[in-house]
Design a protein around this ligand. Sequence first.
Ligand code: NAD
Ligand code: IMJ
Length: 256
Amino acid sequence: MGDLLKDKNILIMGVRNKWSIAWGIAKAAKEQGANLIFTYLGEREKESLLKLTEEMGDVASFPCDVSNDEELDALFAEIKNRYGVLHGVVHAIAFAKSEDLQDTFVNTSREGFRIAMDISVYSLLAVSKRARELMTEGGSIITLTYRGSVKVYPGYNVMGVAKAALEASVRYIAQELGGQNIRVNAISAGPIKTMSAKGVKNFSDILSIVEEKSFLKRNITLEDLGGSAVYLLSELSSGVTGEVLYVDAGYNNMGL
Ligand code: NAD
Ligand code: IMJ
């Protein structure tokens, strides 16, 4: 137990199950004394989230499909009512149609492109706009990205383009909210086995390559991500905003 996030109200979006990056971050934030507020997508996720949070004690959970403005409005109205002030947001949400993560990039449909950008990028603006109203004591917003934004990973396709737009959005939002002492950063995570990595062709090969080539000679863990997220959510990173922090065991800086 520490107190880096003591009395901070932190919204966690994107826990689907115990392997979710958002869940790893939630556990680390809780250990530092945060008050956690969770969102879930649909009834199936609600069940699994409630099971996970049972052991955590005093936390709240609300539905939120980020493609739906009414659900976003209802969520932030509820947070305002119950908590008044918000200090942190963890945005760990991405979606593209599975067919657009298999076929060639140039075959991405107009609708597939729109959906990937809406859920994986626009949602960060939609959340930030509402969160800033409640971040009256300053705040920290973090999102999750992947190196597919700057280098080609076959099959990552439209998600790579969405992550490039997400990282650019981090900089624009950080510039706009900086005057309110709200910081906005992205964590670029190394590959990690979650539902979002399930079905990715050759995923175990990708994990082996990272293990072999990364500076630390291993893959990253949810605990690695939790630690870096606590840093970005807490005052430890008070001078850091608009950044993309690689948490990838050093892999992105390897030349060969
Ligand atoms: P995950 O499947 O556990 O989490 C993804 C979450 O996005 C789920 O909770 C899902 O319900 C949510 N989501 C999808 N559409 C939504 C919508 N319309 N409204 C609200 N929520 C919605 O997988 P994860 O790997 O923990 O992914 C979290 C983030 O981390 C994503 O942004 C992903 O791109 C990023 N990331 C993952 C990896 C990896 O290797 N797993 C690496 C780098 C970055
Ligand atoms: C995803 C696709 C292709 C290659 C990939 C990934 N690599 C990694 C991922 C190499 C690490 C996982 N990742 C970083 C993601 O951001 C995944 C996002 C995602 C995954 C799915 C799978 C199921 C689905 N839609 C998805 N939308 C986004 O239907």
